[in-house]
Every structure is written in C-alpha cells, then in structure tokens.
Design a protein around this ligand. Structure first.
Ligand code: NAD
Ligand code: ZN
Length: 378
C-alpha cells in the first residue's frame, strides 16, 4: 500500500510499504477514505518526537471503511464506515473506564504515557493512518461507527478523530462557563475550533492571538472573535491585562512547542535542561487572572526549567493539560455535527491526494498559500 513515511527531520516520503494485517483477535483493518495532517504531525516533522525512525507510517486523523475484522470483534463488521480516534484505548482498564482514554494502561508498554496512532515508539509504536490501510487495535472499543442513515460527507466528521474533541475538551475541562472572558492562543485548526466551542459554552468575550494575519482574519470572519497579532503589538500581554481588567478567566494554549519560532539549537538546549523560552505558555501565565485557569492543549513534550511556578502559585492559577481523551466526546460531538450545531469544514483549505503528502506537509508547515488544514485522500 501507499503510505506517508517519516524519513528524518523535515522529510516525509510517500512510499510503497507492506500492507498491515490483523495481529490480535480484536484488531480491525480499515481502508482509509479520508485523513488529515495535524499540528501534532508537525512536531514529528520537526524531529521533536523521540522514538521515530525511517519508514515509520505517520498519521492519526483517519476514517474509512472496515475491510477485515478479527475473530473476537463484535462491534463492527466489514463494510462499516468508521472514524478512528487518535488515542489507542482498550476500553477495559481503569483509565478507559473513567473517561481518561488518552492514558489507557494497555496502549503502551511504557505506561508513563498513553499510546497514539502513528506517533512513534515512545507512544506505543502503532503505525499511522496517512495510508491506504490501517490496523486498529481494540476493535470492540476504538472505532466510532457512523450510522448508515447519516448523510454526512467525510469532511464533516473527519475531525471527530482528533481536533474537534481536542478543542472541545480544552474548553470543557477548563470549565469555561457563561459570562467568561476566554483568551485562545493560536489560530491553527485546534485554536479555531476552540473559539467556536468557547462561544458554545457561553463565553461573553473570546479573544484570539496569533501572528499570522490570514489565520487571524479567518478567526474574525468565521468565529467573530477579537483578534490580536502578538508580533505586531508590543507587550501584548500587558495590553490584554488592561483590556480584560485584570486578566482572562480562562486562557487556552493551542500552540505548544512552535519549532518555527524556536530555533532548533534552542530546542536542543532546552532538551538538555539548560533553559529556553516557553513561548505561548509564558503569555498564558501572564494574562490569566488571579484564580483563573490555563488549559494547555498544545503539545509541549519537553522538559523546561523556565517554568514560571512561583508566578502561577502566587496567583492561585489552575493548570490543566494533556492529550485529549477524544473517544469520550465523539458521540456527543457527532450529534452536534449532525444537527448542524457545529461545523468545522471552514478550516479546510487544502485537499490533496496522499501521493502529494510531501508538498502538503511543506505547505502546512510553512503556512503557505493561506493554509489552515490539509485533508489527504488516499
Ligand atoms: P498549527 O501549527 O497549525 O497552529 C499553531 C498556531 O499557533 C499557528 O497558527 C502559529 O502561528 C500560532 N502560534 C505560534 N506561537 C504562538 C504564540 N506564542 N502565541 C499565539 N499563537 C502562536 O497546529 P494545530 O493543528 O492548530 O495544533 C495546535 C497544537 O495542538 C499543536 O501543538 C498540536 O500538537 C496540539 N494538539 C494537541 C492535542 C491534544 O490532545 N492535546 C490534539 C491535537 C493537537
Ligand atoms: Zn492530531
């Protein structure tokens, strides 16, 4: 089959690789119909995820048609249309049973972290979904089966695999409520969707920050938020503090590590625990109000020794973070999509065949051609 493979820093290659097969009795095999590139894939692309190696198949936002099921699978059958969440989860362990599927104990031999599809040996070693075929473990728990009668295009529901539940969770577990002022850092796909959900939760004011003008314009046009360019406005954090009269109730960091603005030497130094800037997180810490909440959805994944512990402690800040347990939110959000209450298709700017994945990664990484989200078709 054709698949998008990692080939070292800033190199992906579409290659002919061996078809995956069923390995466990409850595995399923899915023929991918649509998939996407995630901001998290850029961390891989930038060589920041340990445990990647050449020819590793990337991708964790897939959907498709069930091609084959193992003998123990009862939940789905050949021909079913399924959306696959990025978190590998068994459905049986303490974490899965308590809606913390992103930390499933049976998804990674290294139990320090959950396992994710297409995200290196560090995160379970599962091959990814930017491919023609995908092996999905735990076929009785992981796949979300799209009801036959649902008249929805792939693009309307694809993002249930990751960024839609992720954005919702970022808002939900931060406890955004009616009347809140919410600042959302980053106007990538995740930030843009978080803006929509912040309104849904009843926020009275939603402020978006980025430095890419076309993304800020998109946020203003589609989500009716106030927008600020942190590169154009000097001391934006001070400005936002004044504007919000003491800080935001909730700040959602939808950026994480930005390899574009953090020179590689600095990232490497940071990795060696010798310092480094926290970028967006630093701003979050500066603009949250006393007793406010910071919700970190952007992936950091490194050790920092510049963490503003005292600054947060002194002001009673609540900090929430991590990989979203997306499975838990898929059914509810599916209904929202079906009823038209939420529509995420405005963020799709590029549709490319998987054979053009190299170009797709370049465009998404360079924020070229007004790119926001790239959808790939095998
Ligand atoms: P993206 O790279 O398209 O978007 C990031 C945006 O942040 C860019 O528009 C960039 O210009 C902007 N930015 C950079 N530095 C900034 C700063 N200091 N302040 C404000 N904005 C800044 O990526 P995406 O697809 O939107 O994903 C965003 C983050 O969410 C990534 O780190 C990704 O790994 C992470 N993510 C996490 C989960 C989870 O479960 N926690 C799931 C999916 C994605
Ligand atoms: Zn993702």
């Amino acid at each position: 089959m054709k698949a998008v493979t990692y080939q070292g820093r800033k190199k992906v290659e579409v290659k002919e690789v061996r078809d995956p097969g069923l390995e466990n009795k409850d595995d399923i095999l899915v023929r991918i119909t649509t998939t996407a590139i995630c901001g998290s894939d850029l961390h891989i692309y930038h060589g920041l995820i340990p445990g990647m190696y050449d020819d590793y198949v990337i991708g964790h936002e897939p959907m498709g048609i069930v091609e084959e099921v193992g003998p123990d699978v009862t939940r789905v059958k050949k021909g079913d249309r399924v959306i696959i969440p990025f978190n590998v989860s068994c459905g049986q362990c303490f974490f899965c049973q308590n809606h913390m599927e992103s930390q499933c104990d049976n998804s990674n031999d290294n139990r320090d972290t959950g396992g994710y599809l297409g995200y290196s040996d560090t995160y379970g070693g599962f091959m990814g979904g930017q491919a023609e075929l995908l092996r999905v473990p735990y076929g009785n728990f992981m796949p979300f089966v799209v009801p036959k009668e649902a008249e929805l295009e792939d693009e309307q529901i694809l993002f249930l695999s990751d960024i839609m539940p992720t954005a919702f969770w970022g808002v939900d577990h931060a406890g955004v409520k009616k009347g809140d002022t919410v600042v959302i850092l980053g106007c990538g796909p995740v930030g843009l969707l978080a803006q929509k959900f912040a309104w849904k939760k009843g926020a009275k004011r939603v402020i978006a920050v980025d430095s890419i003008d076309y993304r800020l314009e998109h946020a203003k046009k589609h989500n009716h938020v106030e927008t600020y360019n942190f590169e154009a406005i000097k001391d934006l954090d001070k400005h936002l503090l004044e504007l919000t009269k003491g800080g935001a109730d909730v700040v959602i960091d939808c950026v994480g590590l930005d390899a574009k603005r953090t020179p590689m030497e600095k990232i490497e130094t940071t990795l060696k625990l010798q310092g480094g800037s926290l970028g967006a997180f630093e701003m979050a810490a500066n603009i949250v109000r006393k007793f406010g909440t910071i919700s970190v959805v952007g992936v950091y994944g490194l050790t920092y020794n510049m963490f503003p512990f005292g600054h947060l402690f002194e002001r009673n800040i609540t900090l929430k973070m991590g990989q979203a347990p997306v499975i838990h939110y898929m059914p509810e959000l599916f209904k929202w999509v079906q009823s038209g209450e939420i529509d995420a298709t405005d963020i799709i700017t590029h549709r490319l065949p998987i054979s053009e994945a190299e170009r797709a990664y370049r465009i998404f990484d360079d924020k070229d051609d007004h790119c926001i989200k790239v959808v790939l078709k095998p």
